[in-house]
Design a protein around this ligand. Sequence first.
Ligand code: FE2
Length: 220
Amino acid sequence: MRDINIAWARELARKTLQDALPRRWEHSLGVGQRAEQLAPILGKEAELLAMSAYLHDIGYAPDLVDTGFHPIDGARYLRDVHGADELLCRLVAHHTCAEIEAGERGLLDILQREFPKQRPDLVEALTYCDMTTSPDGVPVEAVDRLAEIRQRYGPEDLVTATISKATPCIMSAVLAIQERMALTDVRPDSTAKVVADPQSHRTIHWIPLHLVTAHPAHFA
Ligand SMILES: [Fe+2]
């Protein structure tokens, strides 16, 4: 029986995405590497998180498109073709607040029936990795990532409308992981802005949430 591990996940993502969608592969590689850096806060579950990170966008591959909603299409492929671990499939199905876009697409029933949400803490971690990695696989701040998505898809696209609704969910996940990282003094990349918290004298990773919550037009 083959090993289901990080190397397997990375290679499956590479084979599926590299030729057909090279930029998506670069992004997936970056998200996976981001996830591997979370080992200090995830312990033994870091491997599962990293596997889901490498594979989270596999449903974009042209050969795998079924519903047209990549979290479901990717999770189905992993479940039906590779017999992947149920939790791995569920993480892929729910990454980056997928329930919100599933609702917009009329696919929420399918998502919840086939892949009931499990381990919201790991879904948050996967969302953090996805939303702090650029389309080219480079670490970015989540606010910049959200703005880039809006710009790339344009004002008329369903994705742009959805990302607005999903922004609080996404930022909540990002902040939750940044808090956990700060408590364990994890600094996964050189681009993170780091400030001292004068109240607790600990180091936190700072992200300008007020730009999202108080000035949503920032992303328009
Ligand atoms: Fe992604």
